[in-house]
Write a protein of this length. Structure first.
Length: 256
């Protein structure tokens, strides 16, 4: 984290940059088993473990972390942060268990989202939530995040994978604006098959796919769809008469 984030205020809360004097209050939260149930690590054994974990959360230059404090007492009751070091900005949050069910998480996240979109210039934000963490899913829904996908994930202390649900929110959705027009974005290629003529090979597979079963068509769809949307570059290689690698070209039109 290159610099401390701005102080943010809501009706009931003050979101403050981290200071070491917050550690005793935060350790009460990070050492609680039920609170840590869905977190990437086990409950913290001591304040030093909490200090190391927070330092790790802030180590990326583009990370941002706030300590959630009650406005009336300035007691530290949680954390909300931008992870840093991710291709798509990711947000995390944790609230002390005795403050669950009071709308505090949503209130704190709204302030952090406004800062992320308006001050940091994020065009979108993601939340990764365990599929059995229904309370956190309700937080995402109240903030107008939409479910984008699912991915298996295994934490170091776990014996098996669990499923994370990926929720996303665009800046225009946050602001209540129409979706802007965005061109398709190329993000990777995968070598699939060495051929002499890329265009003819793609056309052949397309003709075959029309006669095959639905299962076979699904198997070919990735390569064919990528070829069709990447046609100018593909046919340019074919016209040159060179041996070419047929590439499965992936585009992401929405970013998710």
């Amino acid at each position: 984290m290159d610099k401390q984030p701005d102080l943010l205020q809501t009706e009931r809360l003050v979101l403050r940059p981290f200071h070491p004097h917050h550690l005793p209050d935060l350790h009460k939260m990070y050492s609680d088993g039920p609170t840590m149930r869905f977190m990437p690590s086990l409950p913290h054994a001591n304040i030093a473990a909490t200090e190391r974990a927070l330092a790790d959360d802030m180590r990326h230059p583009d990370a941002q972390l706030w300590v959630i404090c009650l406005k009336e007492t300035d007691e530290a009751i949680g954390v909300v942060n931008y992870l840093g070091g991710t291709r798509i900005p990711g947000m995390g949050y944790i609230i002390r268990r005795d403050f669950w069910g009071q709308g505090i998480t949503v209130e704190a996240c709204r302030a952090a989202l406004g800062y992320g979109f308006d001050k940091l210039g994020h065009d979108r934000v993601e939340l990764w939530i365990d599929q059995t963490n229904f309370a956190s899913q309700r937080v995402a829904q109240k903030l107008n995040f939409r479910l984008k996908g699912r991915i298996p994930l295994k934490y170091a202390h776990e014996e098996k994978e669990h499923i994370m649900q990926i929720y996303g929110l665009w800046a225009h959705e946050w602001r209540g604006l129409p979706q802007p027009e965005r061109p398709a974005k190329f993000y990777r290629t995968e070598p699939v098959l060495l051929v002499h003529d890329v265009g003819e090979t793609a056309a052949l597979y397309h003709r075959l796919s029309l006669r095959r079963s639905t299962r076979a068509r699904r198997h070919l769809a990735g390569g064919l769809d990528g070829q069709r949307r990447g046609a100018p570059a593909v046919h340019g290689a074919a016209r040159a008469g060179a041996r070419a690698v047929w590439l499965c070209v992936h585009f992401c039109e929405s970013g998710y």
